[in-house]
Ligand binder design. Structure first.
Ligand code: ATP
Ligand code: MG
Length: 269
């Protein structure tokens, strides 16, 4: 475990090591959640394997974002089980504990500090919630600098590293935010509609980035852009009215009559 000079952990993800002996890092079982009688999640079952890249698709209102809200502790389900690895019950942890346990979430709207440089934005996430000024005046160790360099390389923003984040394009801001998540060394990354508003080239680069993160991380991607999903998908889960309607390869999903009827059909037609 990496410890800084003050003795506090650099990242919290070491605190909880999920038991993934069965290859599964996220267990979502029989999860139900109603909003005023409307079943947003309906006996939902989903298993994410350690290191996999999973795409989650489904029509507007299918429950995709709500599922991420439940996994990250933003909303509690009415019933069901949500485990990190076999043994860690996420329903017993609050939102910040879940984040520190190693589940990172990327929201659609980037929340970078526009006046700070790309480098400083990552520096802030690396050092945690100590406040901007304390953080920026606290000298970085060589190891921390190396780690920031690695992240900048991963997200493809080495050239832009001293630019104020406000000067980045929309796509670059999204990558920076992924970089900020990576600073916490999450085991699981949940990414909601990452390519919305991106140019074609940015979308392609995002596909490469997310693909490269799988393996070391488990990545769950929600996206409506079917060309993008096709370009990254291994296994796809289709949500419909709060349940998993179908699961499989993109080819299997596209040939599934139920999926065509409720989702792809309307998209194609
Ligand atoms: N806080 C809330 N209060 C009441 N209803 C909600 C709340 N959050 C979500 N819903 C409802 O739950 C259903 C699922 O919403 P959710 O945002 O999870 O869908 P989604 O699959 O992410 O859709 P989209 O593709 O449009 O983002 C929708 O009918 C939505 O209106
Ligand atoms: Mg959504």
């Amino acid at each position: 475990m990496t410890v800084d000079k003050a003795g506090s952990p650099l990242t919290a993800s070491e605190n909880i090591v999920p038991d993934t002996r069965h290859g599964v890092i996220l267990y979502v079982e029989d999860v139900n959640l109603s909003f005023d009688g409307f079943k947003a999640l309906n006996n939902l079952n989903l298993y994410i394997n350690d290191g996999e890249l999973r795409c989650l698709i489904g029509a507007n209102g299918a429950g995709k974002t709500t599922l991420m809200d439940v996994i990250t502790g933003k909303i509690r389900p009415d019933s069901g089980k949500v485990n990190f690895g076999q043994k860690v019950d996420l329903l017993q942890l609050d939102e910040s504990e879940i984040a520190r346990a190693g589940i990172g979430r990327k929201f659609q709207k980037p929340t970078v500090f526009e006046e700070l440089s790309v480098f400083e934005n990552i520096e802030l996430s690396l050092k945690g919630d100590k406040g901007i000024w304390t953080t920026l005046f606290h000298k970085l160790s060589g190891e921390q600098k190396d780690r920031i360099g690695e992240i900048l390389h991963t997200i493809g923003l080495i050239t832009e590293c001293y630019y104020p984040a406000g000067r980045l394009s929309h796509g670059q801001k999204q990558w920076l935010e992924i970089g900020m998540l990576l600073a916490a060394e999450p085991r699981v990354l949940l990414v909601d509609e990452p390519v919305a508003g991106m140019t074609g080239q940015e979308t392609e680069r995002t596909a490469e980035l997310l693909t490269s993160l799988a393996g070391e991380h488990s990545v769950v991607v929600v996206e409506h852009d079917m060309a993008f999903v096709r370009s990254i998908a291994r296994k796809v889960s289709v949500l419909h009215q709060g349940s998993v309607l179908a699961e499989g390869s993109m080819a299997e999903i596209q040939a599934n009559p139920d999926v065509i009827r409720v989702y792809l059909g309307e998209e194609q037609g």
